[in-house]
Ligand binder design. Structure first.
Ligand SMILES: Nc1ncnc2c1ncn2[C@@H]1O[C@H](COP(=O)(O)OP(=O)(O)OP(=O)(O)O)[C@@H](O)[C@H]1O
Ligand SMILES: CC(=O)N[C@H]1[C@@H]2OC[C@@H](O2)[C@@H](O)[C@@H]1O[C@H](C)C(=O)O
Length: 380
């Protein structure tokens, strides 16, 4: 790993496996001082069904055996290494040319306020030592726990990257990630105002769980199934009654709160399955719109940059557009960064921040007591 002269780009690989458990995203990113990061190449490796099931069972387990944890961690790490090695082979780049891999790991549980008065924690399954051995690259990992230790939520972390990528523009910018969960970043045009961001609530996590309960397959392609349903206003009101939706930022959430059983508890049993799917999409759209209402946005002209897998769900996007009539929707692809690759890109950028001892968090977002250098280095 040789440090290039300051004007030459350095290369990082960002690895993200989100809460949807759909696969590993590996993004090769070039970072040049004083310029926004650039996406060079990508590689997506779907998660085998057996690993998906194992990880999902860990997320909802009351008790976990160490052997099951080790099995999941090792299979997950091998999949990450396969993604990195395939990406580098495809680009004909050697591991020595990579400054570092930024590995998010797999979130198993996220309890930034602790459970029942216990200590705060956030758990990402990861094995950066093994990843360094399997790839021949330096690995940066464990990005969330320093922010948590500084009193923050440890999430969302992507807003700092959104700011590095999209900068501040004349119009107010909102970046909406529609992953398993949805998180929002506000980049005000006034540079003296800090960026804000928070999780708005569930996105694909409930849509996917309900869809796969009723179909073979993991998700509702383009929201076609939801389109055939009607929004059930009574159910929607019961779903929105959850205190999380009324909590002021900083806030973040995960599968420990929003999961299939949470939804099933709110059903009377008389709803049609399609109507539930349409209502879940509405829950996401409304919780995003309500989140935006709480931001001190000065102008009513705003750009909304939608990213994450949910940006492909035409039904969900149409419901969002209905609730946000003042927003001009923009694809990050028009800005050189396709919607599916922002989060993996964020972890490449976070690895760069770590190697340069620069902060990775935004205290205005996470609520941490100050900026912190995030993650640990596993040098190769
Ligand atoms: N064509 C599509 N139509 C509908 N939904 C889609 C489509 N493509 C992807 N999705 C949804 O996007 C999900 C994957 O999104 P993404 O990869 O952003 O999630 P993630 O990485 O788990 O997110 P996060 O970490 O932000 O929670 C899929 O599980 C699916 O629900
Ligand atoms: C604890 C955790 O893994 N949270 C994820 C999840 O997925 C979306 C949302 O909830 C966000 O808070 C976060 O991911 C992104 C990458 C973030 O930290 O910005």
């Amino acid at each position: 790993m040789k440090t290039p002269p300051p004007t030459l780009p350095s290369y990082y690989v960002g690895l993200m496996s989100g809460t949807s458990l759909d696969g590993i995203d590996a993004a090769l990113v070039a970072i040049t001082p004083h310029s926004p990061p650039k996406l060079i190449a990508t590689y997506a490796l779907p998660m085998p069904q057996s690993l998906h099931n194992l990880l999902l069972s860990l997320c909802h387990a009351k008790q976990v055996s160490f052997a099951a944890l080790a099995e999941a961690e090792s299979a997950f790490c091998q999949l990450q290494a396969n993604a990195v090695n395939a990406l580098l082979a495809q680009q004909q780049i050697s591991p020595a040319q990579i400054h570092a891999i930024g590995s998010h790991g797999q979130t198993i549980e996220h309890a930034p306020s602790g459970h029942h008065g216990g200590p705060a924690y956030t758990l990402q399954l990861d094995n950066p030592s093994l990843l360094a051995e399997l790839t021949g690259c330096t690995v940066v990992a464990d990005f969330r726990r320093r922010d948590l230790a500084a009193g923050g939520q440890a999430a969302p972390l992507a807003p700092a990257f959104h700011q590095a990528l999209f900068g501040r523009q004349q119009s107010e910018q909102l970046v909406l990630n529609l992953g398993g969960f949805a998180n929002l970043t506000w980049l005000p045009s006034d540079t003296s105002i800090p960026a804000l961001g928070f999780d708005t609530g569930p996105a694909n996590v409930l849509l996917d769980a309900w869809f796969s309960k009723h179909h073979n397959g993991r998700f509702d392609q383009n929201g076609v199934w939801a389109t055939g349903g009607q929004i059930d206003q009574a159910l929607l009101a019961r779903l929105l009654n959850e205190p999380f939706f009324h909590q002021p930022p900083p806030r973040s959430t995960g599968r420990e709160l929003f999961h299939l059983a949470w939804l099933e508890n709110k059903l009377t049993g008389n709803e049609s399955a399609e109507d539930v799917q349409a209502t879940l999409a509405e829950l996401t759209a409304i919780s995003v719109a309500q989140g935006i209402q709480h931001l001190p946005i000065a102008s009513n002209r705003m750009t909304l940059i939608a990213c994450g897998g949910g940006a492909h769900n035409a039904y969900l996007m149409a419901r969002l557009a209905t609730h946000l009539p003042n927003a001009a929707f923009k694809s990050p692809a028009d800005l050189g960064w396709p919607e599916d690759w922002i989060e993996a890109g964020a972890f490449a950028w976070l690895a760069h921040q770590r190697l340069h001892n620069l902060p990775g968090n935004l205290p205005s977002v996470t609520g941490a007591s100050g900026p912190r250098v995030l993650g640990g280095i596993y040098a190769h």
